[in-house]
Design a binder for this molecule. Structure first.
Ligand SMILES: N[C@@H](CCC(=O)N[C@@H](CS)C(=O)NCC(=O)O)C(=O)O
Length: 209
C-alpha cells in the first residue's frame, strides 16, 4: 500500500493530487507540522529534512514533491499524464516541472517566510520577517508569473490541450501564490488557469471544494 506523509495544504498536495489523478489507493499519514511531528525520530527516518511530503510504498521510500509526482506518473503510463520520453513535448514537460520547484517555489517561499509565516515556525528559530526579502520574493515571483502568463495565454494547459503532471506541479505553485496573496488579481491568465485546474475531479478530491 502506498503511504503519503502529508500536511494539507502544503507542498504535499502535489503528491496527493497526482495520486488522485491516477486514481491510486493510498493511506494518508498526517505529519502535524504545527506540533513539530516532522522533527520526531520516526519521521526523520522517512524524511531526513523533516518536511513533507514523503511517500513510502512496498518497494521504496522517497521524498521531494516533484520527484514523487514524476515517479508516480511514470509508473502509470497508461494514464497519459506525461508525454513519451525523448519527444519535444517531453522537453517542455521537464522544463515546466523543474520551473515549479526551482523558480516559482523559492520566490513564493521567500515572500511567505518574510510576511505570513508564524515567527514560531521560522527556521532557524528566532529568525524574523525581513521586509527587504519579502519584496525580493514578490519581485522574483512577478517576473516568473509574467513568463508563465505568456506561456499559458493561448492554451488551457502547459502542454496545450492535454493536462499533464507539469500542471500538477506548476498548478500547486499557483495555489501557493494565491494562498499567500501574491496574485491579487494581477495575473488573470494564471487565475483562469488555476480555476480550470480546480474543476478537475482529481483536484477536488485532493484539495476539497
Ligand atoms: N522541496 C521540498 C520542500 C518541502 C517543504 O519545505 N515542505 C514544507 C511544507 S510546504 C514543510 O514540510 N515544512 C515544515 C517545516 O519547515 O517545519 C518538496 O517540494 O518536497
Amino acid at each position: 500500500m502506498i503511504e503519503l506523509h502529508e500536511y494539507p495544504p502544503t507542498r504535499s498536495q502535489r503528491a496527493k493530487w497526482a495520486l488522485e489523478e491516477l486514481e491510486l489507493p493510498y493511506e494518508s499519514h498526517i505529519v502535524e507540522l504545527s506540533q513539530g511531528q516532522q522533527d520526531s525520530d520516526d519521521y526523520r527516518k522517512i524524511h531526513p529534512l523533516g518536511v513533507v511530503p514523503a511517500l513510502t510504498t512496498g518497494t521504496y521510500s522517497m521524498f521531494e514533491s516533484v520527484a514523487i509526482v514524476l515517479q508516480l506518473i511514470d509508473e502509470h503510463p497508461q494514464k497519459e499524464l506525461a508525454p513519451p520520453v525523448g519527444t519535444a513535448e517531453r522537453a517542455t514537460y521537464y522544463q515546466w516541472c523543474v520551473f515549479a520547484a526551482s523558480e516559482m517555489d523559492p520566490a513564493i517561499m521567500m515572500f511567505f517566510d518574510n510576511t505570513l509565516r508564524p515567527l514560531e515556525h521560522m527556521r532557524p528559530p528566532g529568525a524574523l520577517h525581513e521586509a527587504g526579502l519579502a519584496e525580493r520574493g514578490r519581485y522574483d515571483f512577478n517576473i516568473r508569473a509574467d513568463v508563465l502568463s505568456k506561456a499559458l495565454s493561448d492554451r488551457d494547459y502547459l502542454l496545450g490541450k492535454d493536462f499533464s503532471g507539469a500542471d500538477i506541479l506548476v498548478g500547486h505553485s499557483c495555489f501557493m501564490a494565491r494562498h499567500v496573496g501574491l496574485m491579487d488579481g494581477n495575473y488573470p491568465v494564471l487565475d483562469a488557469y488555476y480555476e480550470r485546474l480546480m474543476l478537475r475531479p482529481g483536484h477536488r478530491r485532493a484539495y476539497g471544494d
